[in-house]
Structure formats: structure tokens, C-alpha cells
Design a protein around this ligand. Structure first.
Ligand SMILES: Cc1ncc(COP(=O)(O)O)c(C=O)c1O
Ligand SMILES: N[C@@H](CCCC[NH3+])C(=O)O
Length: 422
């Protein structure tokens, strides 16, 4: 596909929930049961292609935490993005999915000893891995293990952005060395390692003028820092990810090309390559969560649609009050004519926060209706848990391949004495 097409209607910047093939989703739910994640890997590839077209001279890395499933990692690798990993586990999964070490960055945040041990061990076979370090202690701990390889220094830019305070990383003291100490830490690191880059990340879900202004500030600060410490001695300046997607049906899509232009302009002239590391943008609209209504309960204020998916399957609404579009695939524009009214879609978990929406205007549900929850491809399955002894749900590709099997109770209890048999 040419860049022209990638910027046009052939590859639109967002796939809305209404654009998924309802018949196909019904078939998959029928074959696999619910709750079920459906992932369209072609869409993942399209999103990667659009990122590469918007940032043609940059190193585009995929933040693997958004969706670390094998099929997605392989798709991203084939599409030419690198892998940005948040743990030794993610590093291992990226290597196993075929990323060469030179295309793997490990962003080590307060890294557990076991993670450092593993990555240093794998570094023998993959000497081009880059470890991104956000504290001097981490440099010392790497040196103690005999590591003298590629290091990137993570900086706390003092500028945060994102859809919720819990994901505004840039100003949180947890992440990165303070901006005014960054040059000193880089100098120290240069004595002991090969310093290949500097890094900062504003936060997740950048969407809207205020967030974009913060992103530009961060990028400008990183450009200044790189020039101060010698950009000709760096391979890259990584300005993080965070590019948002529209969760509300009528939110506009992010204009990625203008974000890319603004990023380059804010960075200024540099010998080092620009790097970005989006996660959500790659996978959010490539996934839906299918769930079935099992209980309908009219109340004075709302009709409760009790469903078989819960916060254990998609945590974002409970954790961040995140909005996800919901479509009833058996009613309204996708099925029977129905009256609409305020509907509360609630899961089976014993927590008040276990709702996907509260009093949202939707077709009044019937028991057995199939609902689709949109933009579930990013931070969906990866944040799933087994709370309330709920086995994790299954994931299939749009083509029908099982990407992750449905877990069983035996899977949940396999690590405990006297665990269940099935
Ligand atoms: C260091 C780092 N890089 C990249 C990302 C990816 O963010 P997003 O999925 O919003 O693009 C995150 C998550 O916020 C992050 O913490
Ligand atoms: N898990 C968050 C975003 C990632 C934060 C990672 N630093 C979300 O679902 O919005």
C-alpha cells in the first residue's frame, strides 16, 4: 500500500464498533462461546502501516504491554515495528515471536532481581538488546551482573498527559531520572555502558489539545536534552507512545500525521533518530469483547443487563471509569427493532465497580442478546485476572483461529496444593 493510500479512506484511522461484521461476530460467539475476545490481526497490520507512514524516518516500537499475544507480536514484527517491553516476560515473548535482540527494548521500571537476571542471561545470545533505565540504582544493578551492553536513559520530563490520572506517567516520580539530573546520569552511564538513547513518556491516551500540547513540550525538552548531552553520540531519542484512539462513537480520530509533524517540529534538528513507542494505537480497534446477556432486571432508574464478562475480562471501566462503546448485536440497527432506554451493563463479579456502562441509552436488552464491546484490543486481555476464581476468557482471530484457549478452573488453581482437576 502506498503512503497516499495509507493516509486515505483505504486505511481509515479508526475502525468503529459499528463497522465490525455482525454476522461474523455472531458466528464466532456461537462457535467459541462467550465471553470472547476477537482480534483482527489484519487491522493490527494496517495500524502499523499507518504509523510507519506517519513516522517514515523514525524508529517505531510497539509497546507490547497493550497486547502481548503471540499472533499480535508476530503481526507487528512482520509489519516492521520494534518491540518495547515492560518486563523480562515481555522480552522473552518478543524474542520467542521472532524479534531479533536488536529490535527489542526492555524498559526496566524498578526491575525485580529475577527480571534483571533473566535479561542479562539472554543478552549473551542477544547482545543487541537495549535496556532502558530510569534510576542510577538500576545502572549499578546491571553493572553488578556484568552487563556492559546497550543502555537508554529514561528521563522524567515533568510533563504528564493521558486519559486518566493513573496513566499520566510523565510527571510521576516513579518513572525516570529527574530531568535536571539526566545529563549527570547519562555521563555516569557512558563510563560503564554503551549509551544509545534517551527516553521519556508523557502517558497513555493522548487525545485532545491539552494532551497534545503536553506531548509537544515533552518532545521539545527531550530535543534540548539530546543536544546538551551530544545528539551525535546517540542513536535515538525516544519520546514515548500514548497516541490515543476515540472511545466514544462520535469522538474524532487522532490526526496522526499532524501529531507526527508536530513531534518532528518540536524535536528540532538532531543527528539522532526519533523513536516513538505506541501500544494502544496499534491494537485498540483491532479487538472486540463479546459477551452475552444472562439476566435482565428493570429498576426505577435503569434496566440492568447482567452479562457473562466482567472486570476480570476487561478491567478498564472499573479501573479508570473508561468508556467503551457497546453494541447489542441482536437489537436495534444490528437486529430486532426494540425500544431504547437507560441500560446498565453489569458483570458477574462481586464488586460495585463491575459495570461496563451505567444508564447508557441502548436497545432494551433481552436475555440471550449478544453484546460487543469496542476498542477492547488494547489493555483488555493483558489486564485480565482470575479474581472470583474466574478462568480467563478465550481469544480468537476474526478468521476463527483460537489465539488463546479459554482457561479452566484447573488452570486457575494449578499452582496451589489440592487444585481442581478440570
Ligand atoms: C514507557 C511506556 N511506553 C509506551 C507506552 C504505551 O502507551 P500507549 O499504549 O498509550 O501508546 C506506555 C504506557 O503508557 C509506557 O508506559
Ligand atoms: N492500562 C492503561 C494504559 C497503559 C499504561 C501503561 N503505562 C489503559 O488501559 O488505559
Amino acid at each position: 500500500m502506498s503512503d497516499e493510500q495509507l493516509r486515505g479512506a483505504e486505511n481509515p484511522p479508526i475502525r468503529r464498533l459499528a463497522e465490525w461484521d455482525v454476522e461474523r461476530l455472531r458466528e464466532l460467539a456461537g462457535e467459541q462461546g462467550t465471553p470472547l475476545y476477537v482480534t483482527d490481526t489484519d487491522r493490527v497490520a494496517e495500524n502499523c502501516a499507518r504509523l510507519r507512514a506517519a513516522f517514515p524516518d523514525a524508529d517505531v516500537k510497539y509497546a507490547a504491554k497493550a497486547h502481548t499475544g503471540r499472533a499480535v507480536l508476530e503481526t507487528v514484527r512482520e509489519a516492521g515495528l520494534d518491540a518495547e517491553c515492560a518486563s523480562a516476560g515481555e522480552v522473552r515473548r518478543a524474542l520467542d515471536a521472532g524479534f531479533p535482540g536488536a529490535r527489542v527494548d526492555y524498559t526496566a521500571v524498578n526491575p525485580p532481581a529475577r527480571d534483571l537476571d533473566s535479561v542479562v542471561e539472554w543478552w549473551d545470545d542477544h547482545p543487541d538488546i537495549t535496556v532502558t533505565v530510569g534510576a542510577r540504582d538500576t545502572l549499578d544493578r546491571l553493572a553488578e551482573r556484568g552487563y556492559d551492553g546497550r543502555v537508554c536513559v529514561r528521563v522524567n520530563p515533568g510533563v504528564g498527559a493521558g486519559h486518566h490520572e493513573k496513566v499520566r506517567t510523565g510527571a510521576a516520580p516513579k518513572f525516570g531520572v529527574p530531568y535536571d539530573r539526566a545529563a549527570e546520569v547519562v555521563a555516569d552511564a557512558r563510563d560503564r555502558f554503551e549509551v544509545v538513547g534517551v527516553h521519556a513518556h508523557a502517558g497513555s491516551g493522548i487525545h485532545g489539545e491539552e494532551d497534545l500540547a503536553a506531548h509537544r513540550d515533552l518532545v521539545a525538552r527531550m530535543g534540548e536534552l539530546a543536544r546538551e548531552i551530544g545528539d551525535d553520540e546517540l542513536e535515538f531519542v525516544d519520546v514515548g507512545g500514548g497516541f490515543g484512539v476515540p472511545y466514544h462513537e462520535d469522538d474524532p480520530a487522532l490526526d496522526l500525521d499532524s501529531v507526527a509533524d508536530a513531534t518532528r517540529e518540536a524535536l528540532g534538528d538532531l543527528d539522532a533518530t526519533l523513536a516513538v513507542e505506541p501500544g494502544r494505537y496499534v491494537v485498540a480497534d483491532a479487538g472486540v469483547l463479546l459477551t452475552r446477556v444472562n439476566t435482565v432486571k428493570p429498576t426505577a432508574e435503569t434496566t440492568v443487563a447482567g452479562v457473562d464478562a466482567g472486570m476480570t475480562d476487561l478491567l478498564r471501566p472499573a479501573m479508570y471509569d473508561a468508556y467503551h462503546a457497546i453494541r447489542n448485536l441482536d437489537a436495534g440497527d444490528a437486529g430486532d427493532a426494540r425500544e431504547t432506554g437507560p441500560v446498565t451493563v453489569a458483570g458477574p463479579i462481586c464488586e460495585t465497580g463491575d459495570t461496563f456502562c451505567d444508564g447508557r441509552e441502548l436497545p432494551l436488552p433481552d436475555r440471550g442478546d449478544l453484546l460487543a464491546v469496542g476498542n477492547a484490543g488494547a489493555y483488555g486481555y493483558e489486564m485480565a485476572s482470575t479474581y472470583n476464581s474466574r478462568p480467563r476468557l478465550a481469544e480468537v482471530s476474526l478468521a476463527g483461529d483460537v489465539l488463546r484457549e479459554r482457561e479452566t478452573l484447573a488452570g486457575v488453581t494449578r499452582l496451589e496444593r489440592g487444585g481442581a482437576d478440570e
